[in-house]
Design a protein around this ligand. Structure first.
Ligand SMILES: Cc1cc2nc3c(=O)[nH]c(=O)nc-3n(C[C@H](O)[C@H](O)[C@H](O)COP(=O)(O)O)c2cc1C
Ligand code: SF4
Length: 535
């Protein structure tokens, strides 16, 4: 009897101890939020590849991000080895739409493991002479994701991580909250709800916007026309996520769906949009641009045409979002069927601006599954100057792709307003993960670029990439998307500027300092490019 009691008590005590440990530890949100049973996920994860290999999906099959992609983000975020062994498990010749990067016969020397300095090729706001124009320190930045759709702790983690990685965080359309104020640079997004810069009737209020940007390190303003996952619809924050704090920030009722209108009340056509842009740029001194998914082409033709005709008015940047982009909540039919996917969308917009001769005046940003080196390089070849990452940033801070963002019951505290679930996310730890991920993405993007014999991804032309057709054929990206040879790559002047920008450092923080580990530093044989000075 006594023995049976002891036999029962020991496992119970062990489970109790494990539960207490899980609640107290901060490294794994899922253990914290689901003590003991959360370990089941790790077990499944451990044996999952083998089970799937024999029974279920291949590593490249799941959507929106397959296991290989998620593993890459998780490993990069934890600074683990991102190499894969034994060779590709893709059947390349039988894979339609497979991207091939054509390496140079004489690539540039490899960079040290921590090299990831990769500033933007264009000065944001420079061509229009905005007083607060600047060169983005990072070609990888975060895409718009509001406080509301993400928890305060997730917003804080990304903000702190952005400061560490030297990139910016886009506030999303939900306004600028205290969670955004942890040292990271910001791009302030203005959606149709004008949250944070609206009057009592919900109309845009310029004075409030000016006051707001003065309170935080806002570097640019993005006017959201639409996003790829739900173009033609306004933003929706489901009732479960509209807490009193969020309601107060947005000026809406707590506990009810917060729906912003489909269109803007401050402008209604290309001309009034450009006036709106100029008004904001003049009042704030900041670069101003738009974010949009791509549907009808007339809008873009009118926009580029108006900029070409009247140099007095224009956008500083355009963010093109692909139809495959993410969302906190959207009807499935909009996510699946409305707006062009990113590559087609970006190519159409870039070509329209290039045809009108105004592509050099605009910084092109792109988003929709671009948080991987190959996808980002393709976007650069199509004319993107910067790539924005949304869901990949979420993965780096612990998202397990449970796809419950719209329910408020995110198990890892990323996309929820439940204090219990959010408590599992430690902003200090996850900020480092996010920063590591951004650094790894920049590093691998640089490595790919150098394999092509260039120092910056902006210099990689569309013809350097090919797409396989799955039938032993291939076409260059330039040919497929109808690009002229000069499109999407800087002209001679800007190429020199860019090479100079990249040549003064091998890309590590240590470059040119006593901490540099390389014998060539400062000798004129810097690893970034043979024959150039390294210091
Ligand atoms: C949780 C969540 C919230 C989002 N909120 C916004 C938003 O407020 N404004 C916006 O323009 N896009 C929003 N988006 C879209 C992203 O900014 C981005 O355009 C899209 O997810 C594609 O990038 P990705 O594939 O890197 O996630 C959101 C996406 C997610 C996943
Ligand atoms: S874990 Fe699931 S619910 Fe949470 S953010 Fe990721 S996809 Fe959304």
């Amino acid at each position: 009897m006594k023995r049976a009691l002891v036999a029962g008590l020991v496992p119970a005590a062990a489970l109790g101890a494990l539960a207490a440990y899980d609640r107290l530890q901060r490294r794994h949100a899922i253990w914290h939020n689901f003590p003991v049973i959360g370990h089941g996920r790790n077990l499944v994860e451990l044996v999952g590849p083998e089970m799937r290999q024999y029974w279920f999906a291949r590593d490249s099959e799941e959507q929106p991000f397959n296991r290989d992609q998620r593993s890459w983000v998780y490993r990069a975020a934890k600074q683990e080895n991102t190499y894969f062994g034994f060779g590709t498990d893709e059947d390349l010749e039988a894979s339609p739409n497979w991207l091939i990067v054509k390496q140079a016969a004489f690539p540039l020397p490899a960079l040290p493991k921590d090299a990831n300095r990769l500033p933007g090729a264009k000065i944001l706001g420079g061509p229009r002479g905005r007083p607060k124009a600047f060169r983005p320190a990072s070609v990888v930045n975060t895409s718009a994701m509001s406080y509301g759709s993400l928890s305060g702790r997730a917003i804080e983690a990304i903000n702190r991580g952005a400061a560490q990685a030297g990139c910016w965080q886009n506030t999303g359309e939900g306004g600028l909250a205290d969670h955004h104020r942890h040292g990271g640079d910001l791009v302030l997004q203005i959606g149709t709800g004008y949250f944070g810069c609206r009057d009592r009737d919900g109309r845009f209020h310029l004075g409030r916007l000016v006051d707001l940007v003065g309170t935080a390190p806002v570097r640019a303003i993005e006017i959201k026309l639409s996003q790829g996952a739900k173009p033609g619809l306004g933003g929706v924050l489901p009732a479960a996520k509209v807490t009193p704090e969020i309601a107060a920030l947005r000026g809406v009722d707590a506990g009810k769906d917060c729906v912003s209108p489909a269109g803007h009340s401050a402008f209604g056509d290309v001309s009034s949009l450009l006036d709106f842009v100029e008004t904001i740029a003049e009042a704030t001194g900041l670069p101003v641009g738009i974010k949009s998914a791509v549907g009808e082409l007339e809008f873009w033709q009118d926009l580029a045409g108006a900029m070409a005709e009247d140099p007095g008015r224009g956008l500083d940047f355009v963010t093109v979002d692909g139809g495959e982009g993410g969302t906190g909540a959207a009807p499935l039919v909009f996510a699946d069927h409305v707006a062009l996917p990113l590559k087609i969308a970006l190519a159409r917009v870039f070509s329209t601006f290039a045809e009108a001769g105004v592509d050099d005046q605009v910084t092109f940003m792109a988003s929709a599954k671009l948080g991987f080196p190959d996808a980002a390089l393709l976007a650069f070849a199509l004319g993107a100057d910067l790539v924005n990452v949304g869901r990949e940033a979420m993965l780096s801070i612990g998202c397990v792709q449970a796809q419950k963002c719209h329910t408020g019951r995110c198990p890892v505290g990323v996309a929820t307003q439940s204090p219990y679930l959010a408590a599992g996310l430690d902003p200090a730890l996850k900020s480092v993960r996010f920063a590591n991920y951004v650094a790894a993405l920049r590093h691998e993007l640089l490595c790919l670029t150098r394999a092509c014999g260039e120092v910056h991804p902006a210099l990689v032309a569309a013809d350097r990439l090919e797409i396989l057709d799955g039938r032993f054929g291939a076409a260059s990206v330039g040919e497929l998307f109808g690009y002229r040879p000069t499109w999407g790559v800087p002209g001679a002047d800007r190429r020199d500027e860019l090479e100079a920008l990249m040549s003064d450092a091998c890309g590590t923080d240590a470059c040119g300092t006593d901490a540099c580990m390389s014998d060539t530093c400062g000798t004129g044989a810097c690893m970034s490019d043979p024959g150039r000075s390294g210091a």
